[in-house]
Design a protein around this ligand. Sequence first.
Ligand SMILES: Cc1cc2nc3c(=O)[nH]c(=O)nc-3n(C[C@H](O)[C@H](O)[C@H](O)COP(=O)(O)OP(=O)(O)OC[C@H]3O[C@@H](n4cnc5c(N)ncnc54)[C@H](O)[C@@H]3O)c2cc1C
Length: 349
Amino acid sequence: MKPVRQVVIAGAGVTGLLTAVECALAGHRVTVLDRGAIPNPASSSFDHHRAIRAFAWGDPATTRRKVAARRRWLELETTLGARFYRRVGIVSAWPCAEADAVLAEAAAAGLPVSAVEPEKLPHLGFPADSVGVLEADAGVLLAERVLSAAVKWLSAHPAVTLRPWSKVDSVHSGRIELDGGESLGADHVLIAAGPWTPDLADLPAVLHRQTMVYLRPPDDLVRWWENAPGGGRLGADGRAWLLPPGDGTLLKISSDAVCREVESTDSAEESQDPWLEKLLGASIVSDVDRYTVVATKSCHYLSDPDAGDALLTRVGPAVWSRSACGGTGFTTAPLAARQFAETLTEEIA
Ligand SMILES: Cc1cc2nc3c(=O)[nH]c(=O)nc-3n(C[C@H](O)[C@H](O)[C@H](O)COP(=O)(O)OP(=O)(O)OC[C@H]3O[C@@H](n4cnc5c(N)ncnc54)[C@H](O)[C@@H]3O)c2cc1C
């Protein structure tokens, strides 16, 4: 009989939930704690959509890793019994002088890519003198649907306990203290608290806040947008991105130009209006005045100079953490989940 471990996971965003799935599949007992509801609308994973693309220019190792992540996402659709991947493609704008080299590198990595003239996508705002490189297998994960599917699967699993409204106060090897005084024993702990991870683990993390704007297209463009790809490196400065509407989601725009370092995740006092104006003025979407602004939201992520793009960091003898990372944290969550489950297997052996 395989040895069974008691795993406790602090945080029920995409990292915590997918790690719970992997650990349960490997035969372990799992408890997932979140300080809010599960899924938690206040988590950074809870959103209409997240982009998933494989190509990383000049970085074949990252490209390979993201190809593996996408494969795992497709398997997860089967495991969790839900459809949440929209393979709409993602087009990135590249200076005309660089596009051939980009296409060649992506093709060498085995990715189906093609050049697209900006005129073919007239509602996306390309920088001057650029051309689109379309990664056909890339697309959009319907993030809220992912979280709901994982929660449904975990709720039905006999070895899994989901505990909403359970705030973790501190984490020690073999033990987790909850707000209110309860103590839980654990063979292995994963801190998956996203941008709140520094509350529970001492990491040299830098906190970032980014504003996103949700738009409803005008009636005459609804059909066009339903078949549109996502876009990257867009806008007049080539720093913006958009995720297309479809399957009940809105069009979402944002830009690296509205990403800022902050001290705290509390954004209640910050007006989003200046960031909204900046995004609407960034030429990400053509004729943006014809679109209805439905919502503006800010979201946080951490960067960790020590961990870099590592999927997991060991912070104690049986304690691991995953700091949420910006552009690829959702994409690579299945890889972090699998790595954690494999670590248990190795340690048992
Ligand atoms: C603007 C923006 C755009 C992004 N776009 C993309 C994208 O297109 N593609 C992509 O791959 N990635 C993207 N990301 C990154 C991705 O969204 C995150 O990396 C990912 O969602 C993080 O998931 P997580 O589960 O690690 O953290 P979270 O989803 O934040 O979950 C953490 C959970 O921990 C809980 N928690 C916190 N503290 C405690 C505590 N003390 N006790 C108990 N529970 C606690 C919280 O309530 C929360 O539910 C983006 C990020 C941002 C900010």
